[in-house]
Design a protein around this ligand. Sequence first.
Ligand SMILES: Cc1cc2nc3c(=O)[nH]c(=O)nc-3n(C[C@H](O)[C@H](O)[C@H](O)COP(=O)(O)OP(=O)(O)OC[C@H]3O[C@@H](n4cnc5c(N)ncnc54)[C@H](O)[C@@H]3O)c2cc1C
Length: 476
Amino acid sequence: MLKRKVDIAIIGTGTAGMGAYREARKHTDSIALIEAGHYGTTCARVGCMPSKLLIAAADAAHTAKHAELFGIQVPSVQADGSAVLERVRKERDRFVGFVVDDVEAFDSRHKVRGYARFLDAHRILVDNGLEITADRIVIATGSRPFLPKALEGAGSRLVINDDIFEFETLPASILVVGAGVIGLELGQALSRLGVNVTMLARKDSVGGIVDAEIRAMAATAFKSEFDLRLHSEIVSTKEVESGVEVTYRNGDGEIHTISTDYVLAATGRIPNTDRLGLEHASLVADSRGAPTFDRKTMQTSQPHIFIAGDANNELPLLHEASDEGRIAGRNAGIYPAVEAGHRRAGLGVVFSDPQIASIGKRAHELSSQTYVTGKVSFHNQGRSRVMAKNQGMLKVYADSKTGIFLGAEMFGPAAEHIGHLLAWAVQQALTVENILAMPFYHPVIEEGVRTAFRDAADQLKLANAKGSRDATAAIV
Ligand SMILES: Cc1cc2nc3c(=O)[nH]c(=O)nc-3n(C[C@H](O)[C@H](O)[C@H](O)COP(=O)(O)OP(=O)(O)OC[C@H]3O[C@@H](n4cnc5c(N)ncnc54)[C@H](O)[C@@H]3O)c2cc1C
């Protein structure tokens, strides 16, 4: 058996692992950067980038199909499935190429190929036969799709996000299981490209929206576009000659069967920590078996072991994986000293149409705090109506005592951009008053944002008036 001793071992060469490597490299030349799969990252290869490429094609088809609304006649719109997927792959491969180039540029002495498992808190066995003893370790192993048992019967007709981008052409029909971020993005895009999409969701959750009013609005909008069935639980799946038969139970307890070409599992993702042999490293785990960690330092219960990216099961987003990787890599580099890394205001975007954005703290995280809510419907919002994008709602939350803007949730036009403005305002701890004192052009969607903050300002006035009335009553 080959043995090697290093200062720092990094398990996984995705976004978090690469960030960790770049930081660790500033402190030592003694590194093992281990990768079991392909270089190129989940984001570029099968995640963020190919999904957005598919959505871009779907948006083009949708815009063409709905041009008539503006008096523009487009006689017929046909998605050429193989051409659509060819462009997705071509552009995707370009993005992957850039990432692979970056990894190629890393020092070849540091790169190890193979699957790593812990032998103890300092020793790692790679399945190429190499045993690595590391003073510090960064776990950056990412996540994979969770596949419920009930889907196993779909056999070769069961697909995950990775497979969609490898289809030669678009299928005639697909059943998407799950209406979370991935299910919604891919399901809506496929539907807009002419695939007959049925989407089943176990509860009434759509795109991870927390606010019940916004969630109901989103569900209505998506239902008007494709066959979205909420409160529907898969009972069984069976691969048949023509495709797959899916049996599910709806909210009334009725059993229904659907025949479809493929089943897309969009049933959440699980961190790749279950096969790492964490028990040998004596890491404290939470109730779901994921190692506990400090989100400022990325340190686990073993101070020399750090965990970053999707592996820690906290915020499965690209920019968070990148930040966490850098924090973990730096702290592994300067260990035994550790520093609190910079964490940003929360921002999540779902690239559905309308888009969904969550910013800072959402209502369920504020329940113990006194706050006011300001809201706007985009139905009659000027610029949104001009563009026929007048669907959705924005709710903004502000501390009722200080007026500081705490967070927001949005389903509506240009949420990817509005979400950024709002996240920047949260991070700057701006008050409702500060925000309303800034410029708003006309006519723009941001005027809708102003309406929501004006509403919040009114709520703050009411809350403060009530506060002083209560105080006076207490004195009297
Ligand atoms: C369809 C889809 C769409 C997405 N869209 C977005 C989006 O629009 N915006 C956004 O912010 N995020 C998006 N994400 C999430 C984003 O892709 C992830 O949060 C991010 O890629 C996680 O990076 P990571 O470094 O943690 O994991 P990864 O990039 O997956 O890297 C982990 C690496 O570890 C390797 N590995 C695992 N176990 C071992 C082991 N034992 N030994 C050695 N190597 C190992 C793996 O092979 C892999 O290369 C999307 C994800 C998906 C699936």
